[in-house]
Design a protein around this ligand. Structure first.
Ligand SMILES: Cc1ncc(COP(=O)(O)O)c(C=O)c1O
Length: 374
């Protein structure tokens, strides 16, 4: 039989990682890499942090799954922790299994509570890849409140409040926004943008959904990006770093916004194992978040010749020529960075990264970019 890879070729990859510890990973030949990708902003606590692995192992020996027909013992504790971290007074939590599912929950909730069907998003935004499972679900009471699948979404230039004002009509249930457009190459929101969105949403009766899937859990120096602004969202969606690598997502919604029995659900959501990992993650991150600003400044200083775009530990650099060549050369020199878009190198290091490691990463990146432009 012809030899063939069985996993679908959905991404371009050329490294087999077999071990991770702290800020490093190892490939199958034993080569060590400083990891400035961190599982795409998932491993904010580094790889296999002892507090987190201990919490996961302890929980795995006790109980792994119950379904939501029962109360998992630690689910309410983690839900209360997320409400506290979000700053949304008396907020309501729904837990799920990924970022796309968190946004699905946020957008469904907005449709349900406003009775409107449309959304507004921004050009270059990324909010996930699921679309249609609900349209193929038969039970009318689950499907019909959301029928008319493929709700209209209008895309406005990121930062354009005049355009947004025109786009948010009386048919719009919600505006969904990222504080830093990560997949687009690290494009931080302009000053005053969030305040402007909040005002427009309030005027027009639309909800403001902050997608904190990439920016959350300390990535920008606060638990959530919007905490750098003066606004609170109606709904915040989160995932990625929430449970240090176990698949999990969640939303926290304003106290009057919640799904009633049967309006939403998921078999695995908020199970005991992910909640144990989430609680341990929150504990570890609370000591790391205060260090993000200083680490961010060091990256900024050391990469200043390359015009970086930086918000906390989200760093984007545009390069001349091929960004995948730069990524691959960094890899050869023992550094993992991510290539996104056509020209951008993206760094999303663990929040545990040390000063010396930041110096090493920047030395390698500066060297590779300088040599490429010689
Ligand atoms: C801002 C943002 N929203 C949503 C998602 C989708 O998350 P997931 O891949 O867990 O479905 C991502 C993933 O990169 C993201 O960066």
């Amino acid at each position: 039989m012809e030899s063939k890879k069985s996993f679908m070729p959905v991404s371009d990859r050329n490294l087999k990682i077999v071990k991770g510890q702290g800020n490093y990973v190892w490939d199958d030949t034993g080569k060590k890499y400083l990891d400035c990708v961190a599982g795409i902003a998932v491993c904010n606590t580094g790889h296999c942090h002892p507090v987190i692995t201990e919490a996961i192992c302890r929980q795995a020996q006790r109980l792994i799954h119950t379904s939501n027909l029962y109360y998992p013992s630690n689910q309410e504790e983690f839900a209360q922790k997320l409400v506290e971290l979000s700053g949304i007074d008396l907020g309501n939590v729904f837990m799920c299994n990924s970022g796309a599912e968190a946004n699905e929950a946020a957008l469904k909730l907005a449709r349900l509570k406003t009775g409107r069907k449309e959304y507004v998003s921004f050009k270059n935004a990324f909010h996930g890849r699921i679309s249609t499972p609900l349209s193929a679900t038969y039970k009318p009471e689950i499907r019909e409140p959301f029928s008319d699948f493929g709700p209209k979404c209008t895309f406005v230039d990121y930062g354009d409040l005049d355009g947004l004002k025109k786009a948010v009509t009386e048919d719009v249930a919600a505006v969904i926004v990222e504080g830093v457009q990560g997949e687009a190459g690290i494009l931080p929101a302009p000053c005053g943008f969030y305040e402007g969105i909040r005002e427009i949403c309030d005027d027009k009766g639309a909800l403001m959904i902050c997608d904190e899937i990439q920016t959350g859990f300390g990535r920008t120096g606060e638990w959530f990006y919007y905490q750098k602004t003066s606004v609170l969202p109606d709904i915040v969606s989160m995932a990625k770093a929430i449970a240090s690598g176990l698949p999990m997502g969640a939303i926290v919604a304003r106290k009057d916004l919640f799904f009633a029995k049967g309006e939403h659900g998921s078999t695995f959501s908020g199970g005991p194992l992910v909640c144990a990992a989430g609680l341990a993650t929150a504990e570890v991150l609370s000591d790391l978040i205060p260090e993000v600003c200083e680490k961010s400044e060091l990256f900024g200083n050391l990469l200043s010749g390359k015009n970086p775009r930086i918000c906390g530990l989200m760093i984007g650099l545009d390069v001349d020529g091929s960004n995948t060549d730069v990524r691959d050369e960094c890899m050869k020199r023992g550094l993992l960075v991510n290539a996104t878009g056509k020209h951008t190198i993206r760094l999303l290091p663990p929040l545990t990264i040390e000063k010396k490691e930041i110096e090493t990463a920047c030395r390698i990146i500066n060297g590779v970019i300088d040599e490429a432009s010689d």
